[in-house]
Ligand binder design. Structure first.
Ligand code: IPE
Ligand code: IPE
Ligand code: MG
Length: 250
């Protein structure tokens, strides 16, 4: 009897509350290399599997009712990896972009990119533009792909464009506020992330959404990204829903 009651409670507590969803989830898709190494495969095989998992998790997030999903695909620091790996990653990203119609399928999904264009090939930049244009009227979920993204780089860019406007006389120094800086970030069109998920066991931001994560809730797990499933996403969301977000209040 008590066993049954306990079981019921566990089932009930593992269900997502659809009235309390995080509006914006960020995911640091980490652990591809370790996933591959464990299986005696090249790191690029981990990246390929990671791209497939991205498709599944994007669909799952849309299905659950998440409005914004931002995924960290390539950081401004990832250029420091061996040439072979950077090449393999860029090839994979190009293939992912070519395949966007199949990936999006019937989903009402808008795809946007955040990050710097510096260092990306014209071919990748053109493909990014095609995908953004083709999906611009879709509304249910926005998938933000952080590609060649760095939080510090983003802040420097925002400060530069604000400084330029001050120098041109378009703005006064006294106009500079948190809101104004937010409006100059790559993420100006979305709310701050409520929840940031990082698989692979690392417990750091690695330059992801530094400005925007001031009050984000975090969730870490030892699962490597290529092993991440919809069930893991749901578990993470249920955990998020048990948090008490105070934003400095009481
Ligand atoms: C994340 O997986 C993918 C990118 C950074 C592009 P990693 O390649 O960082 O995998 P690990 O952390 O070495 O296992
Ligand atoms: C963060 O992972 C970047 C992406 C997932 C794209 P890294 O693997 O680059 O981060 P560190 O080096 O472990 O901090
Ligand atoms: Mg890593």
């Amino acid at each position: 009897m008590f066993g049954l009651l306990k079981k019921k409670k566990q089932l009930a507590s593992s269900a997502i509350d659809y009235n309390n969803l995080p509006e914006h989830i960020g995911i640091i898709m980490d652990g591809n290399g370790r996933w591959a190494k464990k299986r005696g495969l090249p790191r690029s095989a981990g990246h390929s599997m990671g791209a497939r998992v991205l498709e599944q998790i994007t669909r799952a997030a849309g299905n659950i009712g998440i409005k914004y999903l931002t995924v960290y695909a390539f950081s401004t620091e990832n250029w420091s990896r061996p040439d072979d790996e950077v090449k393999a990653l860029m090839k994979l990203i190009g293939e992912y972009l070519d395949d966007y119609r199949r990936i999006i399928g019937d989903e009402d999904m808008r795809v946007r990119f955040i990050g710097s264009k510096n260092g990306l090939t014209d071919d990748i930049i053109r493909k990014m533009h095609v995908v953004e244009e083709a999906t611009k009227d879709n509304k249910s979920i926005t998938l933000n792909i952080a590609l060649n993204y760095g939080g510090r780089d983003e802040i420097v860019n925002a400060v530069r464009s604000v400084a330029q406007k001050v120098s041109d006389g378009e703005l006064n120094v006294s106009d500079i506020s948190e809101k104004l800086l937010s409006e100059h970030m790559y993420t100006h069109y979305m709310p701050d992330p409520d929840f940031i998920i990082r698989p692979s066991g690392e417990q750091r931001l690695s330059n992801f959404l530094l400005w925007q994560s001031a009050y984000s809730e975090f969730w870490y797990s030892n699962i490597n990204w290529p092993d991440f499933t919809r069930a893991d996403l749901e578990r993470a969301i249920v955990d998020y829903q048990s948090r008490n977000r105070r934003f400095g209040g009481v």
